[in-house]
Design a protein around this ligand. Structure first.
Ligand SMILES: [Fe+2]
Length: 431
């Protein structure tokens, strides 16, 4: 009777010593294969009639193919599929060499559900489904997140997945920079793509680069290979400074890492001719910093008057690894009747800094991972910031008013702020 447990113990011990668990090397985990991976939707043209998709394979795949068809209720759609040939580029990273393939589907119908797959004619991805945008203004919801940056697969995955569960019909996802900690490290991009998984295959991403996408002050080569984005910004900043008009919203990415003067002039000019009802701008470095000891004075002095002049509705940033959101604020210099912008700093990954609350910030947080959902319908914008658990942490509504700044209606929940308790005063010195 005693023999069996003893034998079992011996067996397990011998197994343990013979095969201790080994850490899988990033070269192995993130090795490209002939099968497509890192599939991601973005827009490079009109979201009502075009859709871009980018994916990765190993270098044996020299010709990428993508197929698209209007979605049917059942499995009939492949008969209607149209095939597109990809543009293919290679990227030699720190741990591998891969091919990145991209296709821009064109001549699509607005507000229509499509299915697509990518591959090489033999190895195919699954059929993924997305809906094109409406041709004109229509109700829209989208997600915005700050820095994912560190422990991306381990601790950011739950945030981006909870975000989708909170806004399952999101049209796009804004990433306000520092998607990864070292922009040239392929395994970190591997983590980022794995964390979002099929979300990226179903919803367009709208990324703006942070300083960590500039390792050693050089823009990572990964960016333009893996994201197919508009080239309608300042020359030299293609696919990092750009804009998209989607369902009555003009969404703009500024690359806050370089060429500030050129982008300020570009933005001023772009907004002078804009007829979009809502204008939101995203970039990495905050106009009003919430991280202790941090300030971007030059950026603020350059850009805030332009936001005021054109009545930019919201500015969505990251970088400070804390949360803070202003009321509708204007600067002291150039102001118009419509001047008034809501500035947000947020963080979605687990890297945390100490909070430094700025004036006019009704809600801040420290040591909290968050995502934001923004819904726009006609003259109303409803903003929600939720913690990694999905709990509502901050909310307001903006209402458009003719010739005047937006009206803000606070919806801040009656829950305590997630900030550290004030430190007790120092003990009196002993006499
Ligand atoms: Fe940053």
């Amino acid at each position: 009777m005693l023999l069996r447990p003893l034998a079992a113990t011996f067996c397990c011990l011998s197994l343990l010593s013979a095969h201790p668990p080994q850490k899988v090397a990033p070269e192995q985990t993130y090795r490209p294969t002939p099968a497509p991976d890192r599939i991601i939707l973005t827009w490079s043209g009109d979201p009502a009639t075009t859709q871009a998709v980018t994916w990765r394979t190993d270098t044996s795949i020299e010709k990428g193919l993508a197929e698209i068809a209007p979605a049917t209720h059942g499995p009939q759609f492949p008969k209607q599929a149209k095939q597109f040939t990809a543009a293919t580029e290679s990227l030699k990273s720190d741990i591998n060499e891969a091919h990145y393939h991209s296709v821009s589907f064109t001549a699509l119908q607005p507000d229509t559900v499509y299915v697509y797959r990518v591959g090489d004619g033999v190895n195919w991805s699954e059929w993924n489904q997305f809906r094109t945008a409406s041709a004109g203004p229509a109700p829209i919801e989208f997600i915005y997140v700050g820095d994912a940056q560190t422990d991306i697969f381990s601790m950011w995955s739950r945030v981006i997945r909870e975000a989708l569960l909170s806004a399952p019909r999101t049209r796009f996802i804004v990433h306000a920079g520092d998607l990864v900690n070292v922009g040239s490290t392929d395994a970190l991009w591997g983590e980022w793509h794995r964390a979002a998984g099929w979300i990226n295959q179903s919803v367009s991403s709208f990324p703006s680069p942070g300083n960590h996408e500039y390792p050693k002050k050089v823009f990572t080569a990964h960016w333009r290979k893996q994201f197919t984005l508009p080239e309608n910004g300042v020359p030299g900043l293609e696919e990092s400074n750009y804009f998209v008009d989607v369902q009555g919203v003009r969404m703009i990415s500024i690359n806050s890492n370089e060429k500030h003067q050129e982008q300020a002039a570009w933005l001023d000019n772009l907004l002078t001719t804009s007829t979009a009802r809502w204008v939101l701008v995203t970039f990495h470095h905050p106009i009003f910093s919430t991280g202790k000891g941090r300030d971007n004075k030059e950026l603020r002095e350059l850009f805030q008057p332009i936001f005021d002049k054109h009545g930019v509705d919201m500015v969505l940033t990251g970088h400070d690894h804390t949360y803070g959101r202003t009321n509708v604020v204007t600067g002291a210099s150039v102001q118009t009747g419509r001047a008034g912008t809501v500035y947000v700093v947020s963080v979605s990954g687990p890297k945390m800094y100490k909070i430094d609350r700025k004036p006019n910030m009704p809600r801040v947080a420290q040591d909290t991972q968050l995502f934001q959902v923004i819904r726009i319908d006609g003259d109303r914008l409803v903003y929600e910031s939720r913690t990694a658990r999905g709990d509502l942490y901050d909310s307001f509504e903006l209402r458009k008013r003719k010739g005047r700044a937006n009206q803000m209606i606070s919806r801040v929940p009656a829950t305590p702020e997630l900030i550290p308790a004030p430190e007790p005063p120092p003990a009196p010195a002993k006499p």
